[in-house]
Ligand binder design. Structure first.
Ligand code: OSB
Ligand code: MG
Length: 365
């Protein structure tokens, strides 16, 4: 299979509500979709880099530049444009996992569409639907937070994740626990704390949280290992896990006892499966993280979440949690679950009319 054409398409999608984290506020999403044409089929991938380098060092304009100048020429230098074959040439380009993941996913989608195989089937999925959790942003008041959580619990979400930061942690957690009782509840700090906050973070211990996600900076594995000895809540790493190797290191050091897998963060779905496997081998449960994806990225994430060691609900929410109108058929919540697409490739395509309406620019390569 050879890539004939590549399209880098930027789309603008307004979020149904603002999403605030310790690193900033998202309102209108600026998303890069990669479309390839190869061997008479198309393939799609979504780049999860944010417009600004505030979650990780990647950012959207940088991803476009890396794809067009370095990654696509590397693909074109190969005799076969297969998803697994790009890994050694992508490895020569340092960093930029989200750009790599987007292009590799488009290639893999084309390859699997041509073969008539679904993403879930190819990756080794064992579930037809996956339990859905929801990530709830930082709010202006506890009342506003309780109303938001109430809405999600009513809709059937199986687990609630609260974004926290210094000044918005123990009290919102206490309020949600008191109001909603025995729900599955966890928190995500997106690196907002330091080890000096260990005693403060231990104040979350009484609330029986499933996990405390990425309290410390990305490169501080030793700090997370030390924090894990000082708090009862299990530590889960997100930003720190950039590969299967880093997952193995973090587990060996005692820095993490649960892992959030985001395919973009680790360079694609093949590496994401390796992270899954390494965690499974160590008895470490995983769940699928999210980056506010459109239906394109969501379809592939939901397929990944069908693998056996995804034993915790992921940030794989329904489309309407994010967008009034998604670019694909919307993913919907059915009994707190999202169905895994079973068509070839990622199993969904963007609606051409919606796509045309939301497109802000197209680069053809
Ligand atoms: O840390 O999990 C995170 C969104 C953007 C960047 C980082 C994160 C998030 C989320 C939202 O928590 C998850 C979702 O897509 O629902
Ligand atoms: Mg996170």
């Amino acid at each position: 299979m050879k890539v004939e054409r590549v399209e880098l398409r930027r789309i603008g999608l307004p979020l149904v509500g603002v999403f605030r984290t310790s690193f900033g506020v998202e309102r209108d999403r600026d998303i890069l979709l990669v479309r390839v044409e190869a061997g008479g089929v198309e393939g799609w991938g979504e780049c999860v880099a944010l417009p600004r380098p505030v979650y990780s060092s990647e950012y959207l304009d940088g991803a476009v530049e890396v794809i067009r100048r370095f990654l696509l020429p590397a693909v074109r230098s190969l005799p076969q444009h297969r998803a697994h074959a790009v890994e050694p040439v992508f490895a020569k380009v340092k960093g930029h996992p989200m750009a790599k993941a987007a292009l590799q996913t488009a290639l893999l989608d084309a390859e699997l569409r041509a073969a008539g195989t679904s993403f879930a089937g190819y990756l080794g999925g064992v579930r037809e639907a996956v339990p859905a959790g929801v990530s709830v942003g930082i709010m202006d008041s506890i009342g506003e937070l309780l109303d938001a959580v109430d809405g999600f619990v009513e809709q059937g979400y199986q687990r609630i994740k609260l974004k926290i930061e210094p000044g918005w942690d123990v009290e919102p957690v206490r309020a949600v626990r008191e109001r909603f009782g025995d729900i599955l509840l966890q928190v995500d700090a997106n690196t907002a704390y330091t080890l000096a906050d260990a005693r403060h973070l231990a104040r979350l211990d009484p609330f029986d949280l499933l996990l405390l996600e990425q309290p410390l900076p990305e490169d501080d594995l030793r700090g997370h290992a030390e924090l894990a000895r000082r708090v009862r809540t299990p530590i889960c790493l997100d930003e720190s896990i950039t590969s299967a190797k880093s997952a193995a290191d973090a587990i060996a050091m005692g820095a993490t006892s649960v892992v959030n897998i985001k395919p973009g963060r680790v360079g694609g779905y093949l590496e994401a499966r390796r992270v899954h496997d390494v965690c499974a081998a160590h008895g470490v449960p995983v769940w699928c993280g999210g980056m506010l994806e459109s239906g394109i990225g969501r379809a592939a994430n939901v397929a990944l979440a069908a693998l056996p060691n995804f034993t915790l609900p992921g940030d794989t929410s329904a489309s309407d949690r994010y967008y009034a109108r998604d670019v694909t058929e919307p993913f919907v919540l059915e009994n707190g679950q999202v169905r895994v697409p079973d068509g070839p490739g990622i199993g969904v395509l963007p609606d051409p009319d919606v796509l045309a309406e939301v497109t802000t620019s197209v680069i053809r390569l």
